[in-house]
Design a protein around this ligand. Structure first.
Ligand code: NDP
Ligand code: 2IT
Length: 444
């Protein structure tokens, strides 16, 4: 059996209840076959793949807090410090009832290669909790965040591990987490990113993931002789990534016809109204059913459905495994030319393969959504030098980073004989720097 197959089998056997982690490992290791095969003896002796799939450290802890009725609630907190070969652990905190260790491990594993692709010195980590911020009062969210940080603060620091936002963790949560870290440690340091602008945050971090997704998509199309202007797009999600993806798409001349949340989706034939979406989601924290009040021409549908709309571009920006094989078939049948992942692992393995077989350009999340963590790393730089850069400076750096990632993934794919397979290209390009650092640092 090949080294890659042995490791995939071992990961499944050792972590039987973590299907998302298996999926992420399979996607990455299958891509790495050409590199691993060429170095099999050395990598085996170094147990390189065994080390790559085993987190350096996994922290799991109790998070007790008191709700508005005086009832004590208990959630589970996680931080998986996956790989620090190229820098301090870096990655978001997800707050969603579906969170478990396997979800955090898949996200942490993806983060290793994504962070490497940015070209910046950040290792891979991820954390979160099964706490659901939906429907909670600000005081309840604060109580949770303070309790969560009371334990987490023992393991993080500006030079060791720097968490940030992800699903359910936005500016409000980062503020409460930061305040508690500062109170407990006495340190005013860049221990979190995605901070508010008044206390060390970076301009353009809020926009970065969505904007970055469009910068990469534009470049990927350009490399293939296609102009993004004038195209139509379907976007899923209506959170941080989706909102700013829609905004940048529109600035680039793309008409975005859809968005969604976990209960339903919107079709707006005139193009999604970003100001309305922001008010519904960022200010009111309400459901998408409200969108029709702002845009009477639009349609609201319960359940899933954004991928059934005829569009040129599909940008999944909600969550893992939200674009299935039948969705890929619908997109292809409707003439879709490119899919770029704003979310982490939103496309199932079968759907990805199908899209690639159909010749649809496919940009994997670890490349396409890397603009968020890249700008987080820029926030860390600004915190270290105690300066803040202008929006234009950060945005220009972000554009440069996304264009580089796009070319690096394309070049790596071509070098190994997989031209235009950007999944293979992104995984190999991300892996190369990590493996070099791991080998240089010895058996640690
Ligand atoms: P938000 O919490 O701001 O928004 C998440 C959106 O996805 C909401 O519209 C939410 O709907 C929807 N959603 C979440 N879970 C599900 C689900 N199980 N089924 C259907 N819809 C769901 O998160 P972000 O926008 O920050 O994150 C979106 C994706 O992008 C995630 O995969 C995240 O890991 C990834 N990502 C985020 C980055 C960032 O900087 N924030 C950077 C890189 C990747 P509802 O409100 O109804 O729950
Ligand atoms: O998935 C991701 O890259 C993020 N949620 C952002 C992580 C970060 O550290 O900014």
């Amino acid at each position: 059996m090949s080294y890659v197959d042995e490791i995939i089998e071992a990961v499944v056997a050792k972590n039987p209840s973590e299907p998302e982690f298996h999926q992420a490992v399979k996607e990455v290791l299958n891509s790495l076959r050409p590199v691993v095969d060429a170095n099999e003896e050395k990598f085996r002796r170094e147990a390189l793949l065994e080390r790559l799939v085993e987190p350096e450290r996994q922290i799991k802890f109790r998070v007790p807090w008191v709700d508005d009725k005086g009832q004590v609630q208990v959630n589970t907190g996680y931080r998986v410090q996956f790989n620090s070969a190229i820098g301090p652990y870096k990655g978001g905190l997800r707050l969603h009832p579906s969170v478990n260790l396997g979800i955090i491990k898949f996200l942490g594993f993806e983060q290793i290669f994504k962070n490497s692709l940015t070209g910046l010195p950040i290792g891979g980590g991820k954390g979160g909790s099964d706490f659901d911020p939906k429907g909670k009062s600000d005081r309840e969210v604060m109580a949770f965040c303070q309790s969560f940080m009371t334990e987490l603060c023992k393991y993080i620091g500006e030079n060791t591990d720097v968490p940030a936002g992800d699903i359910g963790t936005g500016a409000r949560e980062i503020g409460y987490l930061y305040g508690q870290y500062k109170r407990l440690t006495g340190l005013y340091e860049g221990v979190l990113t995605g901070k508010g602008l008044s206390y060390g945050g970076s301009l353009a971090r809020t926009e970065a993931t969505g904007y970055g997704l469009l910068y990469l998509t534009k470049e990927m199309l350009k490399m293939n002789g296609i102009d993004i202007a004038g195209k139509t797009a379907a976007v899923s999600g209506s959170g941080n990534v989706a909102i700013y993806a829609i905004q940048k798409a529109q600035q680039l001349g793309v008409k975005v016809l859809t968005c969604s949340d976990s209960t339903g989706w919107v079709y707006d034939p005139d193009g999604i109204d970003v100001a309305a979406l922001k008010e519904i989601k960022e200010v009111k924290r309400a459901r998408l059913t409200e969108y029709k009040n702002y845009r009477p021409n639009s349609e609201y549908h319960e359940g899933r459905g954004v991928w059934t709309v005829k569009v040129d571009l599909a940008l999944p920006c909600a969550t893992q495994n939200e674009l299935h094989l039948e969705d890929a078939k619908a997109l292809a049948a409707n003439g879709c030319i490119a899919v770029a992942e704003g979310a982490n692992m939103p496309t199932t393995l079968e759907a990805t393969e199908y899209l690639q077989e159909q010749g649809i350009l496919f940009a994997p999340g670890k490349a396409a959504n890397a603009g968020g963590v890249a700008t987080s790393a820029l926030e860390m730089s600004q915190n270290s030098e105690r300066l803040s850069w202008t929006f234009e400076e950060v945005d220009a750096k972000l554009q440069g980073i996304m264009i580089n990632i796009c070319h690096n993934m394309a070049d790596a794919a071509e070098r190994y004989g997989f031209a235009k397979n950007y999944v293979v290209g992104a995984n190999i390009a991300g892996f190369e720097k990590v493996v070099d650092a791991m080998l240089a640092q010895g058996v640690v």
